[in-house]
Design a protein around this ligand. Structure first.
Ligand code: ATP
Ligand code: MG
Length: 180
């Protein structure tokens, strides 16, 4: 399994539809300051369901929608599609390629799709839960995050270990069931 491509449209600085093709192995994104490198990483967190504006380096969720420039009007929605190669069947779904889409309007409403079919965020989270990818997985290591792990309280450090061991999913399901 590997990330195959990322398409961003109306997301942050990407006004026009832009597709990045990703090959197996290491991909480096290079460019001048402010050219949108971190926005690419934000797009991956966002499509996987990130709900916190701060984690996306914005003040409110709407800040992910292209806000316009001197020569270009603001847009009304942001859309990101992440396509994952599932040739090895690592994701429990009968497709060799899985596309996850998130779309958000200025009203703040988000829509999610798996291979073009509407779904809930929960469906995406469950699909990815054993794969090592996901919004709450520590697969995106931000600046300062290593320090945070090293200085974490024991109970917080336990959460990292539970995640790595694959226990976190079951704990979350249990908490959700108990809330009902
Ligand atoms: P650095 O090398 O400094 O880390 P970077 O390549 O990571 O830079 P980003 O932080 O990805 O740069 O991009 C910042 C740019 O994205 C800024 O120019 C900012 O104006 C633009 N930007 C962010 N949100 C939006 C938005 N909603 N609409 C339009 N442009 C946006
Ligand atoms: Mg950056």
């Amino acid at each position: 399994m590997h990330l195959k491509s990322l398409t961003v449209k109306g997301f942050k600085s990407f006004a026009s539809a832009t597709t990045l093709r990703l090959e197996p192995g290491i991909t480096c994104v290079v460019g001048p300051n402010g050219s949108g490198k971190s926005n690419v990483v934000d797009a991956i967190s966002w499509v996987l369901g990130e709900q916190g504006a701060k984690a996306l380096r914005g003040g409110k969720m709407e800040d992910v929608i292209f806000a316009g420039t001197a020569g270009r009007a603001p847009l009304g929605r942001a859309e990101v599609t992440l396509t994952i190669d599932n040739g090895d069947g690592a994701l429990p779904i009968d497709y060799t390629e899985v596309s996850i889409t998130r779309r958000m309007f200025r009203s703040g409403e988000s829509e999610y799709e798996i291979n073009g079919n509407s779904c809930r965020l929960l469906d995406i989270q469950e699909l990815l839960s054993d794969s090592g990818i996901g919004r709450e997985m520590h697969v995106i290591v931000g600046q300062g995050q290593l320090d945070a792990v090293l200085h974490a309280k024991p109970e917080d450090r336990r959460a990292f270990i539970e995640e790595a061991a694959g226990v976190l999913k079951h704990r979350k399901r249990k908490e959700k069931a108990l809330r009902k």
